[in-house]
Design a protein around this ligand. Structure first.
Ligand SMILES: Nc1ncnc2c1ncn2[C@@H]1O[C@H](COP(=O)(O)OP(=O)(O)OP(=O)(O)O)[C@@H](O)[C@H]1O
Length: 700
């Protein structure tokens, strides 16, 4: 499969020869691989980790192998073989009656098998608000201090194959078919644990206390914090339970009323429209409607028999709303009617939750959250990175909301169970991407470095991975993205498509221009996309071969998300290049640390390598440095830096021209302006000589 096909998520593309970048290239690229995630270990694994139904193997739509196991962090065949027995609902049913085999499995064996499977996939589930007594007990029984001191470990029975959705989780046939039609056969690691946690079913094997708590006042379910790697399939993990919940509720209703019961928030317009798209695919022919909240939109819903329709005729009435917090917040502000349209929302999803609760969006996100008045509201937060401060904030919002609700009659007596799911090593970059840190000394060196990446023949003697289009280039600011774009505009020869192959995308562009770039990049028409952190989160271009940090990211989390635009769904071959100059050295330690951890996960030894040397030589970053970087980026590259130190800032400008040539050009321009002013002054003098005397204004 080529880059063109993979990039074209939700786009119909004509396979025209000239639109296929580097066609015929023999290099192994992520885009040249199957759309079925082939993780680190599955290729080499002889045996699937668990036995399963025969019919699951038979149903492998799209020609994908049913044995492909999504396993970002599993330890391969060895551990698969070592995994004991099976989980109850996956009991081998190939040859024997399923009831018999299930009955033959002892509960303790099931529990052990579940634990072992979760461990193998590096999945950790913790019940955060288990209550003090339980936590103390769990602490006392903790062996070698390994258990999480903040909560009680929970071991839900995992869902490995989507074929089990219909039978074991009572998901509607239509939804199951829609999942199959997207080519999904095996669950990714985050889906493996999150789906059983979020889909109400006796199969999910939650501890009795959690299950009891989760059935608070008729509203089933838990609150969930999920930290899982970039590109690991979190979107489906939150969409599927949500669709199932709505489908179930609609089945119970006598008269069909269209009410918004789910709200998904995401930080950027691009991510919002991607989620809307994915949701529409999943909900095709189910009758469940999804809409993206746009500026000026009116929200409404049917109140059915009560007759009080909320909103007017033109109001949007759908089951699921997807919105950026800014857009929705401004719609809800001061308009009670719009807020009433959200009174039935019982599921709130925060995608990229750490950004949504970051000071940048915090007021808007919490503002919306607090206006959702349904006492049975369940919330789930998702991201590849989540600091403890964000987790604390989420917990306190949930607790305060619960306390506030105590005053109303229909308030739940206890808060819903709050669980945390962590997949793999928290806050780390995906291990299947190759990371490269390149010292370029100066701004011009960085530009040369990027050109070498664009024209790989000139860098063919360089060791390490070569970057192949399509790739994304990240800059620190909009101005720098625009400047870099104009520098590189003519770098791609006409025979290869010329200036149409390169594009820039940032928030200063109009919505239409942004959409156009996104579509062309997905189609594979654009090979080099220059952007800001606007595209660093959530956006899924399946065939992206690499990421270039032209300017260093402002935090280790930003690095994780930027490089996570490649190597998605376990694909191998993605490359992440970070170019850095002298100005970046004080801030490079956090990038080097993330790279070291990613390499360690891959089994690349750090000891004795140049990486170890780099890690030791880079200066440590203080808390203050980290905050400064997060707030302002590298200062010399901002207008603030320009105001402080114009000379330093001019060195940081993106331009291939040497300072000497720029000075000459500036002198020339200055001379032209001066001469124009002089002739204007002379002309004015002539006029004043002819008329009345004016005050002498001095020399220009
Ligand atoms: N079970 C599956 N099998 C195969 N591919 C899958 C599966 N689930 C999701 N994918 C694919 O994996 C890719 C990444 O999914 P998604 O965008 O949901 O990742 P994410 O975890 O939300 O990433 P990010 O943290 O960057 O937002 C998508 O292209 C999606 O189609």
């Amino acid at each position: 499969m080529d880059a063109l096909k993979l990039l074209s998520r939700s786009t119909n593309v004509r396979r025209v020869g000239k639109d296929r970048p580097f066609a015929g290239n023999s290099v192994k690229l992520p885009s040249s691989q199957s759309t079925a995630p082939q993780p680190i270990t599955s290729g080499s694994s002889d045996a699937p980790p668990l036995k399963r139904r025969k019919r699951d193997h038979e149903q492998t739509p799209g020609g994908l192998s049913g044995d492909a196991v999504v396993d970002f962090f599993g330890q391969g065949a060895a551990s698969a073989a070592a995994a004991p027995a099976v989980v109850a609902h996956n009991v081998a049913e190939d040859d024997v009656d399923s009831k018999d085999s299930a009955a033959n499995i002892k509960p303790e064996a099931n529990a052990e098998a579940t634990k072992s499977l979760l461990r193998r996939h590096k999945l950790k589930v913790t019940w955060l608000n288990a209550g003090k007594k339980k936590q103390l007990r769990s602490k006392a029984s903790a062996t070698h201090g390994k258990k999480d001191k903040q909560g009680e470990p929970v071991y839900p029975a995992p869902l490995e194959y989507f074929a089990d959705l219909e039978g074991h989780f009572a998901i509607s046939r239509r939804l199951c078919q829609n999942v199959r039609e997207q080519g999904y056969v095996t669950a990714t690691e985050v889906q493996l644990a999150a789906l059983p946690l979020l889909i109400d079913s006796p199969e999910r094997n939650l501890p009795r206390e959690v299950a009891a708590c989760s059935a608070v006042d008729d509203t089933q379910g838990i609150d969930l914090l999920t930290v899982a790697p970039t590109g690991s399939g979190k979107t489906l993990a939150f969409l599927l339970p949500l669709f199932h919940k709505i489908a179930q509720a609609r089945r119970k209703e006598e008269k069909l009323q269209r009410r918004t019961t789910a709200l998904i928030l995401a930080p950027t317009k691009e991510l919002v429209s991607q989620i809307t798209n994915e949701a529409r695919k999943l909900g095709a022919n189910t009758g469940i409607q999804v809409a993206q909240v746009r500026k000026g939109m009116r929200l409404g819903h049917d109140r059915g028999t009560s007759g009080n329709d909320v909103g007017n005729e033109s109001a949007v009435k759908v089951d699921i709303l997807v919105a950026a917090p800014g857009t929705l917040h401004s719609i809800l502000k001061d308009i009670d009617e719009e807020a009433a349209a959200l009174q039935d929302v019982d599921t709130l999803v925060l995608d990229e939750a750490d950004v949504l609760l970051d000071p940048l969006f915090r007021e808007q996100t919490t503002g919306i959250w607090n206006r959702l008045s349904n006492p049975g509201l369940r919330v789930s937060l998702w991201s590849a990175t989540m600091g403890s401060n964000i987790e604390e904030l989420a917990r306190s919002i949930i607790e305060n909301r619960h306390k506030r609700l105590q005053t109303s009659d229909d308030a739940p007596a206890r808060p819903a169970p709050l669980l945390r799911l962590v997949v793999g090593l928290k806050d780390s970059a995906v291990p299947n991407v190759e990371h490269k840190l390149i010292y370029a000394a100066t701004e011009q060196g960085k530009l040369m470095g990027l050109r070498q990446l664009l024209h790989p023949t000139t860098s063919s003697r360089e060791p390490g991975p070569h970057l192949r289009p399509p790739f994304i280039v990240f800059t620190q600011t909009i101005e720098r993205a625009a400047a870099l774009y104009s520098e590189l505009l003519y770098d791609i020869p006409n025979e290869a498509g010329g200036i149409g192959r390169i594009a820039v995308l940032h928030s200063d562009l109009s919505d239409t221009a942004r959409d156009d770039v996104m579509i062309r990049f997905r189609k594979g028409e654009i090979w080099v996309l220059i952007t800001t952190d606007l595209l660093s989160r959530g956006v899924d271009f399946r065939g992206v071969n690499g990421v270039v940090n032209y300017d260093i990211p402002s935090s280790s989390a930003a690095y994780v998300h930027r490089v996570g635009r490649t190597g998605r769904a376990g694909r191998e071959g993605g490359v992440a290049v970070t170019l850095y100059s002298k100005e970046d050295i004080p801030y490079m330690k956090h990038v080097a640390n993330v790279v070291a951890v990613a390499n360690q996960q891959k089994g690349i030894a750090v000891d004795g390598s140049s990486q170890e040397w780099l890690l030791r030589s880079l200066p440590k970053m203080t808390q203050n440095d980290k905050q400064k970087l997060k707030k302002h980026g590298v200062e010399a590259r901002t207008s603030r830096g320009m105001a402080k130190d114009a000379r330093g800032a001019s060195k940081a400008r993106i331009s291939t021209k040497a300072g000497f040539i720029r000075r000459q050009e500036n002198n020339r321009k200055g001379a032209v302006v001066g001469s124009q002013r002089r002739s204007q002054a002379l002309a004015n003098e002539d006029i004043s000589d002819q008329g009345e005397e004016t005050d002498f204004g001095g020399f220009d």
